[in-house]
Design a protein around this ligand. Structure first.
Ligand SMILES: Cc1cc2nc3c(=O)[nH]c(=O)nc-3n(C[C@H](O)[C@H](O)[C@H](O)COP(=O)(O)O)c2cc1C
Length: 368
């Protein structure tokens, strides 16, 4: 596949995103790569992997857990809740900055998607409703257990975990953090009707189901400054067995509550032709980052149009960056894009991680 962006393309123009100036409007979407060390410390290769992709307007890191109980949906996913984690993330942030890039850390708590054989602790969720799915544990594929419903008094400590992890991210040198409220993980589980059957202040009405995500955003913004905070949502996304009877109501409540904060950005994973996209766009006056989640040749064409029209501030691209460290250069010249190798998405080691060739690599004979 090829696509050429003209020199004056909207996607190639700089943009001020809260406190961060991005050189272009093509951000790297968060991508779990399962290469972290078993204690959640990023891999020795992580600095090289991210620095290779530093020409993204902003790199959004792979989802990074705020606590041990918030990790454990997949093996070898990183955290940012110990000094050791933070030290390794500081090396990553330095390497990206040295290469001229900008980086936000995506923060998650996986809730009911965790398996105790991976996390080492009991799984928790808004309500005791299991995901009808399996996890790839170290001893094989196992069904996800019924999680324990979190008590009301356990929610403030989870907000505190996000706040502390965000502080560590900024202390490690990250330009900001993205709160992960998408794709079926804990904050999305609170939003969803299927996983949230609570009768306290965190269940029932849209405002109540949005409450935990809003409290996390507010606490993190108070800690590191709203201009360093992004939020990712995926209205209507059924990942992780999610379902929202009213796909917009809970996000309307969430955005109404946090809109005055003047955050860095709202990152929406949605097909822009979905009716929900128009509603979300109308609700959000700040910078909107769109990830279309589409795998078609027209993807960049569509994103460029939306950027030109001012509908989106920036686009986030996942697999394109995974397979093309020099994606921006390739789009500038209209070069053929490397195809992502699905078999190595979550495989250990450098293959399919740090060895995707750049255009410059392809021009050099191997013996040179
Ligand atoms: C290997 C892989 C890992 C992913 N990990 C994450 C993640 O950690 N956090 C997240 O919010 N989305 C994650 N996603 C979703 C991507 O951010 C993105 O929404 C999806 O790949 C669609 O965009 P694309 O077509 O540009 O790749 C992942 C997707 C892939 C393919």
């Amino acid at each position: 596949m090829t696509f050429k962006l003209d020199g004056d393309a909207a996607l190639l123009k700089p943009i001020q995103v809260g406190a961060t100036t991005a050189e272009n409007r093509i951000f790297m979407a968060p991508l779990t790569r399962s290469r972290a060390q078993s204690d959640g410390t990023p891999s020795e290769l992580a600095a090289q992997y991210y620095a290779q992709r530093a020409s993204a307007g902003i790199i959004i890191s792979e989802a990074t857990a705020v606590s041990q109980g918030g990790n454990g949906a997949y093996v070898n996913t990183p955290g940012n809740y110990t000094d050791r984690h933070q030290e390794k993330w500081a090396e990553v942030a330095d390497a990206v900055h040295d290469a001229g890039g900008r980086m936000f850390m995506q923060l998650w708590h996986v809730g009911r998607m965790a398996h105790p054989e991976i996390s080492g602790v009991e799984s928790v969720a808004p309500s005791a409703v299991a995901a009808d799915m399996s996890a790839h544990t170290p001893t094989g594929k196992k069904p996800l257990p019924v999680p324990r419903a979190l008590g009301t008094t356990e929610l403030a400590p989870i907000v505190e975990q996000f706040r502390a992890a965000a502080r560590r991210a900024v202390d490690a040198g990250m330009d900001g953090v993205e709160i992960h409220a998408a794709n079926g993980y804990l904050l999305h589980q609170f939003a969803s009707d299927v996983t949230n059957r609570r009768t306290d202040a965190y269940g029932g009405s849209p405002e109540n189901r949005a409450r935990l995500a809003a409290e996390v955003v507010e606490a993190v913004a108070a800690e590191i400054g709203a201009g360093r905070v992004g939020l990712r949502i995926s209205p209507g996304n059924t990942a992780g067995g999610m379902a929202e009877v009213d796909t917009v109501g809970v996000y309307e409540a969430l955005l109404n509550r946090i809109s005055a904060l003047d955050m860095a950005y709202l990152h929406v994973l949605i097909d822009p032709s979905a009716p929900e996209f128009g509603t979300i766009r109308a609700l959000w006056s700040g910078t909107l980052v769109l990830n279309t989640g589409r795998n078609v040749d027209t993807k960049f064409c569509q994103l460029e149009e939306l950027a030109e029209w001012g509908v989106i501030g920036a686009a986030a691209v996942g697999r394109g960056f995974l397979a093309n460290p020099d994606l921006i250069d390739r789009l500038r010249v209209g070069a053929e894009l490397n195809e992502p190798d699905v078999a190595t998405f979550y495989a250990p080691g450098p293959v399919g991680y740090t060895d995707y060739p750049t255009l410059a690599d392809l021009r050099q004979p191997e013996s040179a």
